[in-house]
Design a protein around this ligand. Structure first.
Ligand code: ADP
Length: 540
């Protein structure tokens, strides 16, 4: 063969080499890559027998992939056992030489069983991953006995280098695919909705639970979600809120953790979601999008609410039981006082003593009426929320109540001082509940303050709440009793209270009203110095 022919042949084989490399990049698997490489080495590059072996994790051990039999057919050798090399065999010598290619001429040639099948040249071309040997290509001339040319050596060395690169690449790709499949399996089989979005707020990934959940429009594959935004799935207001949150993440880089929000879907369903959104960044740290994970906690919330409702019902039943038993005790006490007094009225001759007893009877009848009225009011309070709350001017209300109480204040020579906040303080009230609450406290202050005392009514605003204080300079309440004064029918001094006509429900009503209006009430007191009742109600 002349020089130009050799040159032409080399150019042709290099072209083939290029074509084969391109084809191999498209191999779907690593095994397929080896099979094609062996076959093309024979059919295109013109070699006789070619085989590819790979090193393993065990030292000195290698495994076959695909090879060529004595008739020149490709052999699948993947299931054949691994082999160990030693320093005296060709593989051992090739590796020890640290050269990319190792050629020997006129040596025994073997078949896959290790039997000698002929003589000829044998070339080993290394497959490298960086500076590590990951396998090799072996070639001989058993079939056509063509002598080995420098061009063959050059081509085989290039083929080895190219296969080394491709193998490394394919391995990384397969590892990535394996990892991606694992991740995908996990995210598709979680209960949570997992999705990613780009900075234009378009979905770039959506897991199975997410796309199966979309009802309007109904989606059944990830492709139908990708490229869309929340505006394609949710009502305008919901989508706008999400968009605002997400723009905030892109602007600040701050994630949103476990945000709970209630969403009414386009089909009218109410769902409660717990959502975390975290920015996604590229290698330079620039935000490229976000990953969102939402958990549907609607059922959890529902059962939590059911449990709460059940407890509320139980508490109500307990309260009613307690009320009924206290009520019957209270009714009996008054009735027995009335019947004793009646008995005496019939038998007493002295008119002044008779009048005394009649006055006792009147007081007890008044008390019975109050107990019944207060009990009914307390039970009706639970239904008050069904009516609409109306705004009420707190300062005006307190002013009017003090005016109405004027005769009783004057009878006991009590001074009322009003220290009202100059601003208009408006709170929401169901029916006359707030008026009733203040009135009960004012009544108590008058009742439990001896002649000549002072009653102070103060209002102020604190933390968007109206604070109302009704303070007196009366008998006060001991610390151990103070804790219980808001319980229904609790009285500090039973006999005195019964005699004074107290029903023991006044403060229980006050507390119920405060709670019902999302407010609170507390008491401070010192014996013989006076008491202060402080209410807080949200400003409306
Ligand atoms: P009553 O109808 O007996 O007044 P309340 O529920 O209104 O029932 O009050 C419960 C108890 O708290 C009363 O019996 C009384 O001993 C005590 N109490 C309430 N307000 C005052 C106050 N301003 N000063 C002293 N004691 C009070």
């Amino acid at each position: 063969m002349g020089d130009s022919e050799v040159q032409e042949q080399l150019a042709q084989r290099l072209r083939y080499l290029n074509e084969i490399s391109l084809e191999l990049t498209k191999a779907p698997t690593l095994d397929e890559l080896f099979r094609i490489a062996v076959e093309k080495g024979r059919t295109k590059l013109g070699f006789d027998r070619m085989a590819i072996f790979l090193t393993t994790d065990s030292p000195f051990c290698y495994v076959p992939t695909f090879g060529t039999d004595e008739s020149g057919n490709t052999r699948d050798e993947r299931l054949e056992p691994s082999t160990e090399w030693n320093s005296t065999d060709s593989v051992g010598m090739a590796i020890a030489s640290h050269k990319p290619i190792f050629a020997r001429e006129d040596v025994n040639l073997y078949n896959h069983r290790g039997e000698v099948v002929g003589r000829g040249w044998h070339v080993i071309s290394m497959l490298w991953d960086g500076d590590e040997i990951i396998g090799w290509l072996t070639v001989d001339n058993l079939l056509r006995h063509r002598p080995l040319t420098p061009q063959d050596v050059e081509i085989l060395q290039l083929y080895g280098i190219s296969l080394g690169h491709l193998t490394t690449h394919k391995r990384i790709e397969e590892d990535l695919i394996k990892e991606r499949n694992l991740l995908r399996t996990i995210i598709d089989n979680t209960m949570d909705y997992v999705y990613t979005k780009d900075t234009d707020l378009r979905f770039t990934m959506a897991n199975r639970p997410f796309y199966l959940r979309q009802r309007v429009p109904q989606t059944t594959s990830e492709q139908e979600v990708i490229g869309k935004t929340d505006f394609d799935h949710y009502p305008e207001a919901v989508a706008a809120q999400y968009a605002q949150d997400e723009m905030g993440i892109f602007r600040t880089g701050e994630p949103i953790h476990n945000r709970q929000d209630t969403q009414v879907t386009a089909t009218g369903e109410e769902v409660v979601l717990l959502t975390t959104k975290v920015p996604l960044r590229d290698n330079q740290g620039n935000i490229t999008g976000l990953v969102g994970v939402s958990r549907d906690i609607t059922d959890l919330k529902r059962s939590e609410r059911d449990r709460y409702d059940l407890q509320l019902q139980r508490d109500r039943v307990d309260l009613m039981n307690e009320l009924v038993s206290n009520l019957s005790h209270d009714l009996k006490t008054s009735l027995s006082i009335i019947s004793t007094s009646l008995y005496l009225v019939a038998r007493l001759d002295e008119p002044s003593r008779q009048r005394d007893k009649i006055s006792t009877i009147e007081k007890q009848i008044h008390r019975l009426g109050k107990i019944i009225e207060d009990t009914l009011y307390l039970s009706r309070l639970h239904h008050a929320v069904e009516s609409t709350a109306m705004p009420q001017d707190v300062n005006q209300l307190l002013h009017d109540l003090v005016m109405v109480a004027e005769p009783r204040l004057a009878a006991k020579h009590l001074t009322a001082e009003l220290d009202l906040c100059p601003d208009k303080l408006s709170v929401s009230t169901y029916d006359d509940a707030i008026a009733r609450m203040f009135s009960n406290l004012l009544e108590n202050a008058i009742t439990y303050t001896p002649d000549g005392g002072t009653i102070k009514v103060l209002t102020r605003v604190q933390d968007r709440e109206v604070v109302v204080e009704i303070a007196d300079t009366g008998v006060g309440i001991r610390e151990e009793n103070l804790k219980r004064v808001f319980e229904p029918f609790y009285r500090v001094d039973e006999s005195r209270s019964i005699e004074m006509g107290g029903a023991g429900l006044g403060l229980a009503i006050v507390k119920q009203i405060a709670v019902l209006h999302n407010g609170s009430v507390e008491a401070e007191s010192a014996v013989n110095r006076g008491s202060t009742f402080r209410m807080r109600l949200p400003l409306s």
